[in-house]
Design a protein around this ligand. Structure first.
Ligand SMILES: Nc1ncnc2c1ncn2[C@@H]1O[C@H](COP(=O)(O)OP(=O)(O)OP(=O)(O)O)[C@@H](O)[C@H]1O
Ligand SMILES: [Mg+2]
Length: 573
């Protein structure tokens, strides 16, 4: 047993430790505070403490656990709210009594275990083999797998029944011993869980937001950054994704947000239903508020990604949302400054980029140990000061992500939500999701047409900012009307207008078809001498705008009708 030599804020220097290891977890002082060894000197070690160090004294004992930081993986995570070191935050409070908690999952609760009927005693089983099933919620069917690194002969499989997670449900004779397997196991958060291989993305991760799905699509298994200044709508966008993205399991990591904001978020999410299902039933929450100790804020990200990997291993499509990566990076900076590390850019540690890389690189489409496919899509927000993309956190993320939705304070200011800036955003998933979209309709066609129209609008706006609008031709004036329609009916999609807050791929294709057809037919008609006011006027605009609050069936029917009416322009001559 070691003892405290010195205390410096969230750091403690311990001495007389027995063969300390880097990343070893220790219990400090009478309250057994949770700590992790981060530096080792000759006879001393530096420990970061995951809770307030107030009340600690030099000479207080330090107990070594000889283990790295592990999370518990098993039934009981969905709908649960944990802090960064996977301590359950029960009840209404997001604050915990300090102290070492080694049990993250409920030990009392019984789960109905259904053994895999294809297995029999004597079978040789491997990591990833399915031992049985537990319906954790209505949405999440948990598969109980043989953990990585365990293989051998199945000598016992528990029968169908309700058991706590501590019950031995299988025994496996490995080369060295008889292993008792339970419904849960533990895993070090820093170690990516093994897979067979990674594959290229294929399917879009649909969000219901046109500007994303249609123009800057996400793909399952991809990595996405959402940089934006204060109040540009990062958190709202994350909510939209929690609400609408077509994932099997979501892991929400709230990093360094204000405590009361987090409570509101949790309440809001826990009430949400989509297609009759409570969203809660597929979500795991990890919360580190800004008033929690700084070290705990650094670990939530890795606890989250490990939990995501665990569900991916079961063949699920998982989405992990980290809000915000910047607060995580700031926590790393605070620790590294206290340690006295040589600082990198803006005082961030020199290992910032590699840590951000380590997080995003655990995303991907995989062939799992069970030989099934699974995916983790990783999405992180980045808080920018102003719109400065040279921010080190943003730069580090941009090196590793394949898609960026850049939020623009100017768009947020005029309430053009989601405030995604088309010129700064990008998605490298277009070639991967093209087939999906073209199967649904002529997406490539409309996509290219939209890009062309956006390009023309940009040029024209540059021109009018110098010359004014008086000199514009009718075709150019019409283009500005189209710009207005595109903004209102396509790009803007407020979370507050329920009917429009989520649109299916078919609805997205239809509205794109309508606007592009209107534009093409309009230009044709103008060329044939039809007057601009006959093509584009207040009445037409209002007719189009009514679409915004229409529900699905009516929406599609009305678009068909409007499309039919557009022919009129052509034949009028
Ligand atoms: N998609 C949206 N639809 C409707 N309103 C929105 C949308 N996005 C943002 N808003 C409005 O903008 C406000 C700020 O958004 P939000 O909290 O998401 O910003 P943020 O970028 O997360 O801010 P911070 O930097 O403080 O974390 C919201 O409270 C809401 O009023
Ligand atoms: Mg926010």
């Amino acid at each position: 047993m070691g003892e405290i030599y010195k205390i410096a804020g969230p750091l403690v220097i311990g001495e007389n430790l027995n063969k300390p290891m880097i990343n070893e977890i220790v219990k400090i002082g009478k309250k057994e505070l949770f700590g992790e060894i981060i530096r080792i000197f000759k006879n001393r070690a530096m420990i970061q403490v995951y809770e307030s160090t107030l009340g600690l004294r030099p000479g207080d004992k330090i107990i070594q656990t000889q283990e790295m930081f592990l999370v518990e993986l098993g039934p009981g995570m969905i709908r649960n709210v944990f802090d960064g070191i996977q301590r359950p935050l029960k009840g209404d409070s997001v604050f915990l009594e300090p102290g070492f908690v080694s049990l993250s999952l409920d030990r009392e609760k019984k789960w109905e275990f259904i053994p895999n009927s294809n297995l029999k005693e004597g079978d040789m089983i491997n990591p990833g083999s399915v031992l049985g099933y537990v319906d954790e919620t209505n949405t999440v069917k948990h598969k109980i797998l043989v953990p990585p690194e365990v293989k051998g002969e199945l000598v016992f499989l528990e029968k169908h029944g309700s058991y706590t997670i501590e019950k031995t449900i299988a025994r496996i004779k490995t080369r060295q011993e008889i292993k008792q397997l339970k419904m849960y196991h533990r895993w070090p958060v820093r170690k990516p869980r093994p897979i067979i291989s990674k594959t290229a993305p294929k399917k879009p991760l649909l969000t219901g937001l046109r500007v994303i799905d249609f123009l800057f699509p996400a793909a399952k298994g991809g990595t996405i950054a959402i940089p934006g200044g204060f109040g540009t709508g990062k958190t709202q966008l994350i909510f939209q994704l929690i609400k609408w993205s077509d994932a099997d399991v979501l892991v929400y990591v709230g990093c360094g947000e204000r405590g009361n904001e987090v409570i509101t978020v949790l309440e809001e999410i826990s009430r949400l239903r989509v297609k009759g299902e409570l969203l809660d039933e597929r979500t795991v929450y990890i919360i580190n508020t800004s008033n929690m100790p700084v070290a705990a804020r650094t670990s939530g990200i890795f606890s989250g990604i490990t939990i995501a990997e665990y569900f991916r291993d079961q063949g699920k499509n998982v989405v992990i949302l980290a809000d915000s990566i910047t607060r995580w990076a700031e926590a790393m900076r605070e620790i590294s400054n206290r340690i006295g590390d040589f600082p990198g850019e803006q005082g961030y540690p020199t290992y910032l980029a590699s840590e951000i890389g380590n997080f995003f690189e655990r995303a991907g489409n995989t062939i799992n140990l069970s030989k099934e496919k699974g995916s983790i899509t990783t999405i992180g927000t980045i808080s920018l000061y102003g719109s400065d993309f040279s921010d080190p956190v943003c730069q580090a993320a941009m090196k590793v992500v394949s898609c960026m939705w850049a939020l623009d304070p100017n768009l947020a200011y005029i309430r053009n939500y989601p405030a995604i800036n088309k010129d700064l955003s990008y998605s490298k998933f277009i070639p991967y999701v093209k087939d999906y979209w073209d199967d649904k309709g002529s997406w490539s066609n409309y996509y290219n047409s939209l890009l062309q129209v956006f390009g023309k609008i940009k040029e024209l706006k540059k021109l009018t900012s110098i010359m004014g609008k008086d000199m514009l031709s009718d075709e150019e004036k019409f283009l500005l009307d189209i710009d207005n329609l595109l903004t209102e009916l396509f790009l803007k999609q407020s979370a507050l207008i329920i009917e429009d807050s989520h649109r299916t791929p078919i609805e997205q294709l239809k509205i794109a078809e309508l606007i592009i057809t209107y534009y093409n037919r309009g230009i044709e008609a103008l060329k044939k001498g039809i007057l601009l006011e006959d093509i584009s006027n207040k009445e037409t605009f209002e007719k189009f705008m009514k679409l915004k609050t229409m529900r699905k069936n009516k929406y599609l029917k009305e678009i068909e009708k409007l499309l039919e009416d557009l022919v009129y322009i052509d034949v009028k001559k």
